[in-house]
Design a protein around this ligand. Structure first.
Ligand SMILES: Cc1cc2nc3c(=O)[nH]c(=O)nc-3n(C[C@H](O)[C@H](O)[C@H](O)COP(=O)(O)OP(=O)(O)OC[C@H]3O[C@@H](n4cnc5c(N)ncnc54)[C@H](O)[C@@H]3O)c2cc1C
Length: 615
């Protein structure tokens, strides 16, 4: 578009952004399957999936541009999966009854990222973009109330740098790692978004967190990462636990194998509770249903908490195997032939996911059901933005998972990539240009102004405090403790008592962290512990705000499940009269409990709001 851009990422290449981990796919209302999909239907599914807590206009725009995203990516060379005839293939994700998810095996994010990276590289080659790898943004600089640049740390040399600009775009991803254990990349953090918040941008719906139902269960206290098994697997896998507690106990004790359990002794609890959507209910619904079974003692995992359920592909192996045999003209295939062909079909669709599962668990999911359990995965909350994706700081725009914009209280599968790409390819090019039209003639922004000096000094102060702290405990020690509070009290189920405890415990932990954290090494070298300390400091603040946000929202909606607000069947109970708003918090200083709550009322003109029903 003719602008000169500086781009920053903390990895050694933007190719390593967390997005590379996205597996299952990206949604678009293409209606290639002729199954009744439309822009309105994608719009409706997304609003309903978010439990009527998303801004209607943004979501409609998202649905409108969804098809263009696919065309753009295909033009960039993204190798989406195709059907035999050459058309782009589709599959289903949760919360929808159409097939609108386009995919590239189980590596959709990687392929989309490589497409974007190729386009980026071209602009770097043309001299339009200067790329700063291994640079971490540690503060936003405001001049006359407008975003005019950033302070970044060169992570190799430790040098603190000033960079000015006419506008700043934050696209720094989600904050799921506040829980320590999540499916996010280890480096994902909230720092860029939080610095912007500290400089005056409102932070919205921080308590809206997505817990994904199909992750490999936790195995021990020393684990530092959780692995997702893509939602696409719920197209083919059936989720169950034993019907009898004694069978669950026998399985946990290793005395019974899941494959030995007869069909009538299995409880396909999603199919039982939600016959219309079955295994493809939205993530929050599936996660809570799994938790409910495990809380009742039917969990099958032999870990400390027995938390695990099965994701079983045996029915699909038989169905697809029989279909494949017929397609080959064999109308009377043997049982072995059906099984062989069914496994081959699964391998073609999900081979890399099955291989990943086997490597991690040493169990073969073609032969025995996968074990899965919900884990922290995605954050719907983020920096508040208007329709133009501009935060409350003029000139500071926020895109992708870092903003709060489109998913309400629960994001539907394959909609994060859609939103991030819509923001980057089809919204910001217009809205940033519109903003710059009045700004660009100001000429180059100087970096020797008092505002840059102040911002640089505050970054240096924070760094020096950690380096000279002489504490006794590692950064991870504090991060793990924070994560435990978050998971137990601000996790899949929340209540008033737990949230109040969490707020007090996190505030105390934060004080202890600043007094007693030990950061080895110095500031002017590669220092991953220092990087972590700076990020965990922001997680402490954020964690407390998440608990405060969850406490004020006296209702259950989407991923925010307050135990006090549920119906007779354990489903979320919204309170539209009092909570049909986006919460938007204003930073008021070190003491997070002083943050001020603002409310953006949600109005629905084109969708009739109703209780969410997937039965
Ligand atoms: C395991 C997994 C699988 C998923 N699968 C899917 C899927 O199939 N479909 C789907 O739609 N969604 C999926 N999601 C969600 C989706 O991947 C994310 O929401 C999305 O990739 C986020 O993209 P982003 O560009 O906003 O952030 P990211 O990809 O996290 O990129 C953030 C960038 O910001 C940079 N950055 C951050 N902070 C700083 C800083 N302070 N200074 C400098 N640079 C910084 C990073 O270096 C990075 O380049 C999945 C998520 C997970 C965890």
């Amino acid at each position: 578009m003719g602008y000169n851009v500086k781009a920053f990422c903390f990895q050694d290449s933007p190719r390593r952004a967390h997005s590379i981990a996205a597996q299952g796919g990206v949604n678009a209302a293409k209606n290639y399957q002729n199954d009744g999909d439309s822009v309105y239907r994608l719009f409706y599914d997304t609003i309903k999936g978010g439990d009527y807590r998303a801004r209607e206009a943004n979501v409609h725009r998202l649905a409108e541009v969804s098809g263009n995203i696919i065309d753009q990516c295909v033009a960039q060379g993204v190798p989406f999966a195709r059907e035999y005839g050459g058309m782009l293939d589709n599959r289903s994700f949760g919360g929808t009854q159409v097939q609108r998810t386009l995919y590239a095996a189980g590596q959709t994010g990687q392929q989309l990222l490589l497409g974007a990276y190729s386009a980026l590289s071209r602009q770097i080659g043309l001299g339009r973009i200067k790329m700063y790898n291994r640079h971490e943004m540690l503060d936003l600089v405001k001049v006359d109330g407008k975003a005019r640049g950033i302070i970044a740390r060169n992570l190799i040399t430790g040098e603190i740098e000033r960079h000015s600009a006419h506008a700043v775009i934050i696209a720094s991803g989600g904050y799921g790692n506040v829980y320590f254990l999540s499916t996010n990349a280890m480096g994902s953090n909230v720092t860029a978004a939080w610095k912007v918040h500290k400089r005056g941008a409102l932070f919205s719906n921080p308590c809206f967190v997505q817990i994904h139902p199909t992750c490999i269960p936790v195995h021990g206290v020393n684990q530092s990462k959780l692995t997702l098994m893509s939602e696409s697997l719920r197209n083919s896998g059936r989720i169950w636990v034993p019907k009898k507690k004694e069978d669950a106990e026998a399985i946990r004790a290793g005395k019974l194998k899941p494959t030995q359990l007869k069909e009538e002794d299995r409880d396909y609890f999603l199919e039982r509770r939600y016959p219309a959507f079955g295994n493809l209910v939205p993530r929050d619904v599936a996660s809570r249903a799994a938790k409910e079974r495990c809380d009742e003692g039917f969990g099958i995992e032999a870990n400390d908490t027995n938390e695990g359920v099965y994701l079983d592909f045996s029915t699909e192996i038989q169905n697809k195997g029989r279909q494949a045999a017929y397609a080959q003209g064999n109308h009377n295939p043997s049982a072995e032939e059906v099984t062989r062909l069914g496994k081959k079909w699964l391998e073609e669709k999900y081979g890399n996911l099955f291989a990943m599962y086997e490597k991690i668990t040493d169990e073969n999911p073609y032969e025995t059901p996968m074990k899965i359990y919900p884990a922290v995965h995605y954050t719907m909350g983020g920096v508040w933005v208007d329709y133009n994706l501009q935060s409350t700081i003029p000139g500071c725009f926020v895109a992708g998972e870092a903003n709060f914009s489109d998913h309400g209280a629960n994001r539907l599968g394959a909609s994060a990539l859609m939103q991030g790409l819509a923001d980057g390819y089809f919204v910001l090019p217009y809205t940033v240009s519109n903003y710059l039209a009045d700004e660009i003639r100001t000429g180059k922004i100087a970096t020797d102004s008092p505002e840059f000096v102040e911002a640089e000094n505050s970054v240096k102060e924070a760094i020096n405090k950690f380096i000279g702290n002489n504490g006794t405990k590692s950064v991870d020690h504090f991060h793990k403790r924070l994560g435990l509070i978050m998971w137990n009290k601000v996790g899949m189920a929340r209540n008033e008592k737990g949230l109040k405890e969490a707020i007090a415990e996190i505030a105390a932990l934060k004080d202890e962290f600043y007094k007693d954290v030990y950061v080895p090494g110095s500031a002017d070298e590669l220092n991953p512990e220092l990087e972590k300390a700076l990020r965990v400091a922001d997680f402490m603040d954020l964690g407390q705000l998440m608990a405060m946000d969850a406490l004020q929202r006296n209702e259950s909606c989407g991923g925010h499940f307050r135990e006090e607000y549920q119906d007779a069947e354990g489903e979320t109970l919204r309170d539209d009269d009092n909570f049909s708003f986006v919460s938007a918090w204003e930073y008021m200083g070190y003491d997070i409990s002083k943050e001020m709550l603002h409310k953006e009322e949600l109005k629905y003109e084109f969708i009739k709001i109703a209780a969410r029903n997937y039965k």
